[in-house]
Design a protein around this ligand. Sequence first.
Ligand SMILES: NC(=O)c1ccc[n+]([C@@H]2O[C@H](COP(=O)([O-])OP(=O)(O)OC[C@H]3O[C@@H](n4cnc5c(N)ncnc54)[C@H](OP(=O)(O)O)[C@@H]3O)[C@@H](O)[C@H]2O)c1
Length: 267
Amino acid sequence: MKIAIIGGGNMGITYAKAFVRSSIVQKDSLLIIEKHAEKRTELLNEGIGLVTDTIDDSLLKFNIIISAVKPQDFKVMADKLKRHMHEDQLLISIMAGITIATIQQLLGHKKVVRAMPNTPAQLGFGISAFTVSSEVSFEEISKVDTLLETTGKSIFMKDEALINAVTALSGSGPAYFYYIVKHMIEAGKQMGVEEPVAAMLIKQTMLGAFQLMNNSNLSLDEMITMVASKGGTTEAALNSFEQREVGIHIIEALMAAEYRAKELSNG
Ligand SMILES: NC(=O)c1ccc[n+]([C@@H]2O[C@H](COP(=O)([O-])OP(=O)(O)OC[C@H]3O[C@@H](n4cnc5c(N)ncnc54)[C@H](OP(=O)(O)O)[C@@H]3O)[C@@H](O)[C@H]2O)c1
């Protein structure tokens, strides 16, 4: 398999490293196209794969082309790329908010995969949901699934409209988690606990709670009840959440993210 990644930023590099680490592609069959000179030097020094700044006919020999540029850079990039593709190639986009129809139109290319990854992909703990144009075969869907799984888990979604929900849930999800952790650490500081100690307490609690949740047959409500005894400390905090309707606010916040994803998709 020969893979070209356009955009050697955070996500592009994450993918490049995951492909090489999993041996799904050899270093000399992986090309990263990056316009930023400093990033190209970094990539060359890291020796992840071949590196260039040019979109040209050499792309024709790659089976898969991944677009990992920012959504706002895609139009300019597509203008160049469309002259150097052939119809059998698979174009995988990881760009937020750009629909398959727009990609097909701007590239004049039919076989398009739209994937939404997240940053824990850097450590192989990511999750990517993906959807495909009708011209992508079952065999190609399976190949994409294998590729994306080098960065964590992968889910195929038939309905492209749900990619907006995926963006709001797992694409942006890591940031919500950091926001909650940040405020729990802040609470610790206000109680007089030194920041590094508070950070250690909260991070290990999050990790432990996640492991417990992932290895338990109990529902989330049952797991909450396990921690919260009647009239106790946890119940005091949970009552405060309920009085302030924190749960409803969380749902509303994620709805706002989904709404923004829809707005971006509609141009
Ligand atoms: N970060 C996330 O959590 C996340 C999650 C899901 C999806 N995504 C998607 O992943 C994509 C990449 O995000 P990112 O965070 O990796 O962005 P990034 O770090 O800015 O990387 C994009 C890279 O592409 C380069 N570039 C732009 N136009 C180019 C062109 N025509 N040819 C070659 N290189 C070009 C940029 O160079 P310059 O800096 O010089 O412009 C930059 O180095 C975005 O579309 C985003 O929506 C990101």
